[in-house]
Structures are given as structure tokens and as C-alpha cells.
Design a protein around this ligand. Structure first.
Ligand code: PEP
Length: 253
């Protein structure tokens, strides 16, 4: 089963700690871990270079993601990191539109759309997060809200440009909390988004993946990850604990 598991380390670990955790993860992974499972690590910007060096030197079958990228490509934008800089570091994936960025840094759908275009131009796979708050979930039209979020993030994408794109359904009320949606909730949302996207010119079954994020742990990963429509997981808290993270990966049958 083709699955992508992304470890979002968020604002944790300096670069030395990140190297340590990465090495521990690498040594703990079974050598013959299914080639169809892609394991991706998303550390802070300051750790990307160190980890990329290890991946390259040891020819590891692990991938790097950035947790964000600038909507600007270059110029007078102090504090920003561009797609060109990520490309040079051979970063394969980039998380965009994480709810924490939408909430704490006022990230807008328009800026997410610019980031997605810039990443696709550089062949870096965007991992586009979308999800509803608890208030939205309680309202009748939360699916319309989710579809609108997704629609705005992909505005203007053309088929000839898109090699791969990942959508991460992350209900805001489940991130970092004890709450998780039921499997049926996850399947319903992904099915609806998939149906919406199926009419888009860039979409095909091969290039578009759907993953789930929001309190994925070894207790619920088996059920979630062995569901056909779910192509993987975005894992926050549990990814900082190698034993838990390995258990999540090993739950894929
Ligand atoms: C996340 O950060 O994307 C996430 C899903 O976090 P957690 O697994 O801790 O809920």
C-alpha cells in the first residue's frame, strides 16, 4: 500500500537535537521497511541543512519537508525562506496552510495559493492542510467550508505542472487535543474533497494524495492508515517520540 507518513516536529528541537532524533529514527526503522511507505521528516528551518547532509551522505530512503515557505520568491522580505532556497537543499515536500499558521500568523488562502504555485514550479510537493474548527464542524455546511478552503488553495493550477500534490485533512479541533474524528468522518471528508477535485484539470488518481492529521497515535493509526482512501498521515506530537512514531509506521499492513 502506498502511504506517506510525515513527522511534523513543529517548533521543537535545536539542530543538534533534531539530528539526534533523526538518527534514532533512522536506526530504529526496519531495513526492509516497505518501499511503498514514504517517511518524511519536517523539522525547523534551522535543522534542514544538517539532516539533508545526512540523508545525502548515507543515501537514506527518508525525505525532508519544510514546515512552511515564503509566498515571495526573492527580494526584500526579511525573515522569509524561499522555494529556491528549499530547492537547493533538495527538500521534497513542504507543508502549507497548517492551521497553526492560519491561526497565529494570519495566513490567508491567497497566500497559501501563491505558495502552492511557487512550490509546484520548483517540483516540491505541497502538503496543503485544510480543516474546520469545532464551531464550523457543528454547523450544517462545514463541508462547503472545507471545499472552499481547498478550492482557494489550488486556484489556477494546471495539469502539465502538477507532478504530485498532497491534501492533509486536519480538523483543527483534533490537533494536539485528545479528540479525533471517527474513521467515517475522515472518509466522508476525503471522499467529498476528492469528488470536488475530480473535475479539476490537474487532478488524477496518481498525482493527488489525501492524508489525515490530528492526534494520530499508535492507538488509532492502524484503523486510519489501513483505510484505502487515506494515503498517509501528518503526525505532530507522536512524531517526537521515535517508539510511537515507529509503531504508527508499523501499523500499515
Ligand atoms: C499537526 O501538527 O499537523 C498535528 C496533526 O499534530 P498532532 O498530531 O499533535 O495532533
Amino acid at each position: 500500500m502506498n502511504k506517506t507518513i510525515i513527522a511534523n516536529w513543529k517548533l521543537n528541537l535545536d539542530h543538534l537535537e533534531a539530528i539526534q532524533l533523526f538518527q534514532k529514527l533512522n536506526y530504529s526503522l526496519d531495513n526492509d521497511i516497505d518501499k511503498k511507505i514514504k517517511i518524511v521528516v519536517a523539522p525547523s528551518f534551522t535543522s534542514l541543512r544538517s539532516i539533508q547532509t545526512i540523508i545525502e551522505a548515507d543515501k537514506l530512503k527518508l525525505y525532508l519537508a519544510s514546515q512552511d515557505v515564503s509566498e515571495f520568491v526573492e527580494g526584500a522580505y526579511t525573515g522569509e525562506v524561499s522555494v529556491t532556497q528549499l530547492e537547493k537543499l533538495k527538500i521534497s515536500f513542504c507543508i502549507v496552510g497548517h492551521s497553526e499558521r492560519r491561526q497565529h500568523f494570519n495566513e490567508t488562502d491567497e497566500s497559501i495559493n501563491l505558495k502552492v504555485h511557487n512550490l509546484i514550479n520548483k517540483k516540491i510537493v505541497p502538503v496543503i492542510c485544510f480543516g474546520e474548527s469545532i464551531e464550523q464542524r457543528k454547523s450544517e455546511n462545514y463541508l462547503d467550508f472545507l471545499i472552499e478552503q481547498v478550492e482557494k488553495s489550488i486556484k489556477g493550477l494546471r495539469k502539465d505542472k502538477v507532478d504530485e500534490i498532497i491534501f492533509a485533512y486536519e480538523p483543527v479541533w483534533a490537533i494536539g487535543t485528545g479528540e479525533t474524528p471517527s474513521l467515517q468522518d475522515i472518509v466522508d471528508v476525503i471522499s467529498n474533497i476528492k469528488e470536488f477535485l475530480s473535475s479539476k484539470p490537474f487532478f488524477d488518481e496518481e498525482n493527488t494524495k489525501f492524508i489525515y492529521g490530528g492526534r494520530v497515535t499508535p492507538d488509532n493509526s492502524k484503523e486510519i492508515l489501513n483505510t484505502k482512501i487515506v494515503n498517509g498521515a501528518l503526525v505532530g506530537g507522536a512524531s517526537l517520540d521515535v517508539d510511537k512514531f515507529i509503531k504508527i509506521i508499523e501499523s500499515i499492513e
